[in-house]
Design a protein. Structure first.
Length: 388
């Protein structure tokens, strides 16, 4: 995989960190003689969906060497993976795409977005004074693992798109490999606690620089997770207050980042929106029944699925805030769409109206798009802050 992505071979330290999270029974490789020429893997997760939590296969480490492209290796690995996921009974699969055009043909739809942000500290004055009760501390890894895991678990509740991470995964986040430093410092680990215990944390690095005017360093925020508005404000106040830095940069932030409303200068942070998680409904019936809906209604979908034919056909969804049922039906469909487009709207990160305007959804019964948007509306924008 490293060769395919143009990276150096992994060190022993990197292999040791990877070994703890690798699921060898879900790892695939193509061999040409003794040489590995293509790879793919899966991490077993649970994904927060609107109103629920569902098993989700996190597709990862997908690569094909340039010498073996256009031979059907990727398609064969996708076929094997989706068949295995279906046999295990997991309704969802998700991935991050290295190139956007690759995975739509396998039924993955762009479901979440993320933002890269930059804040100039000179324009980072907060609109309100700090709370006297802010409880922040720099912690070592041994303290961070259980505390950050608890804060992550609290933050996962009700946030569509977040994956549940246990202590094994948090240790991996904190591995602090030289590969990831890119000339910056080792990790700084900041914990926020309130009367109930840990409820937020930040992980960042500092890359110092100096010019004729003085310090011009960059604080690179790798992760900021907060289970409460108080934790969120306190952690951002901390990272924007670190001395000798001129700017704070961060990737994989939510596109509805509240930070700009905490700052006196609402033109900060400067933001660039990118694609985030791509979602595949491996079992459409289970996936639709496994989430909750904003209003009670009934819709019939005509689903096209070339790669997973067991999903193909007409599906009746009856759902609302208190539960949902999905079943095959012979009733006339209200909407017709591909599996990838159903994945795109599943977490409520896209509207049916948007996809209809793009010619990807066909409305067969007048008003069905508006009803679908009302059903699939959610009170929080989906966001996945962890890469895999």
């Amino acid at each position: 995989m490293r060769r395919a992505f143009g990276a150096s071979l992994p060190t022993d330290e990197e292999l040791a960190a990877s070994r703890e999270i690798t699921e060898f029974d879900r790892t695939l490789a193509f061999f040409d003689g003794p040489e590995i020429v293509a790879t793919a893997g899966i991490f077993s997760y649970e994904l927060t969906v609107p109103g629920g939590l569902l098993p989700c296969a996190g597709v990862t480490r997908v690569s094909v060497l340039s010498t073996h492209r256009r031979r059907g290796l990727l398609t064969a690995m996708m076929r094997r993976q989706l068949d295995d996921i279906h046999e295990r009974g997991e309704p969802l699969a998700a991935l991050y795409a290295s190139e956007a055009p690759i995975y739509g043909r396998f039924g993955y739809g762009l479901a979440t977005y993320q933002a890269s942000v930059e804040v100039q500290r000179a324009h980072a004055t907060f609109g309100k004074t700090a709370s006297a009760n802010e409880q922040l501390s720099l912690v070592d890894v041994a303290t961070a693992v259980p505390a950050f895991t608890r804060a992550w678990e609290q933050s996962t509740r009700g946030q569509p798109g977040m994956l549940r991470l246990d202590e094994r995964w948090v240790r991996n986040l904190l591995a602090d490999l030289e590969l990831h430093r890119e000339g910056a410092s080792p990790h700084y680990r900041v914990l926020y606690q309130d009367d109930t215990g840990p409820s937020g944390f930040a992980i960042y690095r500092i890359k110092m620089d100096w010019d004729a005017s003085g310090p011009n360093g960059t604080l690179r925020l790798e992760m900021l997770i907060a289970a409460s508005p108080e934790a969120y404000a306190a952690l951002w106040r901390h990272v924007l207050g670190v001395d000798l830095t001129a700017r704070v940069t961060a990737e994989m932030r939510p596109i509805d980042e509240p930070l700009r409303f905490l700052l006196a200068d609402s033109r900060q942070p400067k933001t660039r929106v990118e694609d985030g998680l791509w979602v595949r409904l491996v079992d459409v019936l289970k996936a639709l029944a496994g989430r909750r809906y904003a209003v009670d209604d009934r819709l019939v979908f005509g689903v096209r699925d070339q790669f997973c034919p067991w999903n193909r056909g007409r599906i009746e969804l009856q759902g609302g805030p208190n539960g949902a049922q999905a079943r095959s039906t012979t009733a006339s469909p209200d909407l017709e769409l591909d599996a990838a487009d159903l994945g795109a709207v599943y977490l409520s990160g896209n509207r049916f109206w948007t996809l209809q305007r793009a010619g990807r959804i066909t409305e067969l019964r007048q008003g069905a798009v508006a009803r679908a948007d009302a059903m699939f509306a959610a009170d929080r924008v989906p966001w996945c802050p962890s890469h895999f």
